[in-house]
Design a protein. Structure first.
Length: 344
């Protein structure tokens, strides 16, 4: 079997997830090298997943070992520099969401990948989740008629790492947690968002020791799409009843829901062990277990077969535009046209 070697950059939560999936479930790919700026993290994750070639910078890895692609799982402000460096060395790029801090950085990444003829795939794993994929196919086969409205929610259990709680280093939860919904609603509606209105609140930050300016843990988004369709996104993080990612699509003829709901008149969820949805997911790696495997497998296939990955730089860029317009919306307390941030 043709085995494609990749270098995993970032040995934190998601670096571990992808390294583990490559090792256990993706025989056509190999995490041949691991990069992390923190030596202890490098050693711990390297030992855990049997990755012997470990480096504290991408520079060093590029110098010392052969590989065809990179899987970038570092904090958002580092994405552009690492993706561009990898592309300039002819390496295919799998890049975790959110793509970058702003649209200029997104464009720089897209241009570098195009110029160096390497593939760029974004880590929006819902495109590889069996339930979401089936729902998309059935909606687009016309089963519920033309989509008029989409409602998406992601409620994430734990506080993200410190860098991801700060608007300045991550663009906050809208980017860190709910850019998946910005992407998935655009994907299902087959239309770009035109206007966004966001309200946010901070209920738990103080009691969890979060002092970052403008931190929010609760968020509601209203969207208007270019197609005329409307949408909403709800975000809660940290969410104490576990991990909850669902979607509802309302078409001219009917409704389709991704994620099960029990038929009770009243459903209450306050406990992460009991959960709310069936089966119970207390962590995001469990809910999207197959999707995380399929997305890296897809990246490896796109390298081996020289085909374009199905989640593109433009998909990443649109989600960042939604994050920027949404952040502007809650800071300025008004609906924001996407064209306002696209022109900046
Ligand atoms: N797809 C998903 O469902 C999902 C879920 C969580 C996080 N993410 C994304 O994955 C990325 C990483 O998140 P995380 O939760 O794993 O973060 P993390 O803080 O747990 O891990 C990041 C790691 O990157 C290392 N690092 C920082 N700068 C580096 C550099 N320049 N070069 C090499 N290593 C560097 C850090 O030392 C750390 O070990 C972020 O973009 C985040 O938004 C995606």
């Amino acid at each position: 079997m043709n085995v494609t070697k990749v270098c995993v950059i970032g040995a934190g939560r998601v670096g571990k997830l992808h390294s583990g999936n490559l090792r256990r479930y993706i025989p056509s790919g190999e995490a041949a090298a691991l990069v992390d700026t923190v030596p202890e993290t490098l050693t711990q994750t390297g030992n855990e997943y049997g990755i012997e070639s470990r480096y504290t910078s991408l520079d060093e890895a590029l110098d010392k070992i052969e590989f065809e692609g990179v899987v970038i799982t570092t904090p958002t402000p580092t994405h552009m520099q690492l993706a561009v460096m990898a592309a300039e060395h002819g390496k295919h790029v799998f890049l975790e969401k959110p793509m970058a801090m702003n649209l200029e950085e997104c464009d720089t990444i897209i241009e570098a990948c195009e110029k160096n003829s390497v593939h760029l795939q974004l880590g929006f794993m819902r495109h590889f989740d069996p339930d979401f994929v089936l729902a998309y196919e059935r909606v687009h086969a016309g089963e519920i008629g033309e989509p008029m409205m989409v409602k998406s929610l992601t409620h994430g259990p734990g506080l993200p790492p410190p860098w991801a709680r700060d608007l300045k280093t991550s663009n906050g939860n809208l980017a860190e947690v709910n850019s998946h919904d910005l992407d998935a609603t655009r994907w299902f509606m087959d239309s770009n968002p035109a206007r966004i209105y966001v309200e946010v609140s901070n209920f738990k930050g103080a009691e969890r020791g979060v002092e970052s300016e403008n931190f929010y843990d609760t968020m509601m988004v209203n969207l208007k799409f270019e197609s005329g369709g409307v949408g909403s996104i709800s975000g809660v993080c940290p969410c104490d009843y576990g991990y909850d990612a669902r979607m509802e699509i309302i078409g001219k003829k009917g409704i389709m829901m991704v994620g099960e709901l029990e038929g009770n008149a009243l459903t209450v969820g306050i406990d992460r062990d009991t959960g709310l949805v069936t089966p119970i997911f207390s962590r995001w790696p469990d809910r999207f277990f197959l999707a995380y495997i399929h997305e890296i497998e897809h990246f490896i296939e796109s390298i081996q077969n020289d085909t374009q990955p199905k989640v593109s730089g433009q998909d990443g860029r649109w989600a960042v535009a939604g994050v920027l317009a949404g952040t502007k919306s809650f800071l300025e307390e008004r609906p924001v046209l996407l064209t306002e941030v696209m022109q900046e």
